[in-house]
Write a new protein. Sequence first.
Length: 367
Amino acid sequence: MKKPIVFLLMLFIAVSCQPEKKEQVAEEPGIAVHVAPVISGNASFPVYASGMLQVKDTVKLSFKTGGVIRQIYADEGASVNEGALLAVLDLSEINARVAQAKEGYERLKREYDRIKRLYEERVAPLQQLQDVETALSVAKSDLSVAEFNKKYSSIYAPSPGRILKRFMSANELVGSGMPVFLFAATNKNRVLRFGVSDRDLITLSINDKALVVFDVYPGESFTGWISEIAEIADPYTGTFEIELSINNKPNKRLVAGFIGSAVITPSRQEQLSLVSLDSVIEGVGNSASIFVIDPGKKFVIRKNIVVRKILDEYVAVSGGLEPGDLIVTKGAPYLQDNSQVRIIKTEVPEISQNAGIQFEKRESMQK
């Protein structure tokens, strides 16, 4: 009777000493990835530029005729009132021309009156009267030209303003139309002029708002708006000139020549999608590729996208994606088209205020 008991005891010990088999759990197939939904909305990109401050209306003042400058009445930096006399030529020669033209006109006027009286008495023929009429008309025109030239042999301020530059001095010989002063009207807006590329130009419109800072006023910003947009590129730089009107501040003097930097917010928006920068696997120029999760969330589909702009953490895409698509953000380098995946985390994207983009998210378009 002892042998069966001993046998059973030995069998129990042998079974107890065998290593315990661990329960095996089958892992879900596929490459582990993180995903994030596409953000869709209307966006505009700020345009950054710098340029020189100028007065809206700056004109070069000159004499109509050439001659010797007799007197200069205003220096650089001087503020002048409208109609103020700024410079005058020596009028000796000009006055002589006016006197000569006036004498010629008066002589022909007397001749005309005499021939007309003779014609009325049927002594002078009609042709003689017509000839003297023509000569009188020419003399009158010569007198008008001489008086006009005399009038514009003096330079007057066209409006309240400031002399920015004086090019001539008294006793210098000046030619017709040569600039004597560079004049800026003080009752006009200050403007910042700069050039932009064609890609920035198409996003800008008249009255788009801007913030402007000047080196001379650190920590101060001025508001402005686009007042003019060029319709043709500068042949030397290939850029398009933009004029930005500036709102002045009390006790802040804005002088032509200041260098300012502007940030313009375009009012024109475009429909774009934002994807994480980590999701882009390769790109050439403005074309790139990403992986999109298929509707069943088991496989990935490689898609080509058109890159509109690269931001700090995102890529703005103008084509190739649908609102609400799930994009692979982590694990993309290990994937190929139609690779099987398993999603271990869905990220929630957030757009920072300093992302370099004005973005209005469209919640209704999310899947």
